[in-house]
Design a protein around this ligand. Structure first.
Ligand SMILES: Nc1ncnc2c1ncn2[C@@H]1O[C@H](COP(=O)(O)OP(=O)(O)OP(=O)(O)O)[C@@H](O)[C@H]1O
Length: 256
């Protein structure tokens, strides 16, 4: 699943008060990449993720996924594409409190009208992979924040998406829970070959990626490629953050 973003731009608001959230971004993401998107607050990270994931339409430009221009699809076809090929993890989990853990996790499959057998098989596979088998009957309200995010990850992954979008997935987690989640994301990236696009402020979180692009003022300012050593990569990310600036919005604390 190759992603090619060509010259996208996105403004919010009316002419004189317009915010140029994305000015001109081009980007290529290879099949199986774990790409980080960093940058100061308001730089355009979430907007970029939302445009690539078809949750928002750009004003200009193309988003080609395996050669199909997503921006040209009707809303209904975009929604179908998202349901079938994409998974999402957000900072605030977005789990449904009225459903238990298992019901939350299998929801995307139920929405696709998958067979009971397939649902059970996939549920078993995912909960085993993420090591949360014992949580299945619990209420969402009774889980720790870290457990909630792993459950949200299981829900995002149960349909076997080809692309996983994660927007500040560790933003609400303590460092231990963040590390557990990131190790699972890396496992999914390795084992299932899922392409991952993750926006984050946090250098430690970003150090799990294979490459990080830095967005500033709606353009890609630079990128850093993981040299194969997470500690070295962490230092490189921090140096790039310092170069770009962004004041206190950047979290450069190393969690472990
Ligand atoms: N729906 C919207 N309506 C108006 N302005 C918006 C909207 N969404 C984003 N913006 C503006 O677009 C710019 C980019 O926002 P975006 O959320 O993409 O940045 P970000 O890098 O993800 O920021 P953060 O790290 O704080 O989440 C900001 O100036 C933001 O205020």
């Amino acid at each position: 699943m190759q992603i090619i973003v060509k010259n996208i731009a996105k403004d919010y608001g009316k002419r004189f008060n317009a915010v140029h959230a994305i000015k001109d971004i081009g980007l290529e993401v290879k099949q199986g990449e774990f790409l980080g998107i960093m940058g100061p607050s308001g730089a355009g990270k979430s907007t970029l993720l939302n445009i690539i994931s078809t949750n928002e339409r750009p004003d200009h430009g193309q988003v080609l996924i395996d050669g199909i221009d997503m921006t040209q699809l009707h809303d209904k076809d975009q929604a179908k594409y998202r349901r079938n090929k994409m998974g999402f993890i957000y900072q605030n989990f977005e789990l449904l409190d009225s459903l238990n853990v298992k019901e939350n996790i299998i929801l995307p499959m139920a929405l696709r009208h998958a067979s009971k057998r397939l649902i059970e098989q996939s549920f078993k596979h995912m909960t085993r992979l993420l090591n949360i088998e014992e949580l299945s009957k619990r209420n969402v309200d009774d889980l720790s924040l870290g457990q909630k995010q792993i459950v949200a990850a299981a829900r995002a992954l149960i349909n076997g998406p080809e692309i996983l979008f994660a927007d500040e997935p560790t933003g609400s987690l303590d460092s231990k829970s963040a590390t557990i989640l990131l190790n699972y994301m890396q496992l999914i990236n390795d084992k299932e070959k899922t392409t991952i696009l993750m926006a984050t402020h946090d250098a430690f979180t970003a150090s799990y990626c294979s490459r990080v692009v830095f967005v500033k003022d709606g353009i890609i300012f630079s990128e850093v490629v993981n040299p194969g050593d997470r500690n070295k990569f962490f230092e490189q990310i921090i140096n790039m953050q310092r170069t770009i600036g962004g004041g206190s919005y950047f979290n450069v604390s190393k969690n472990s």
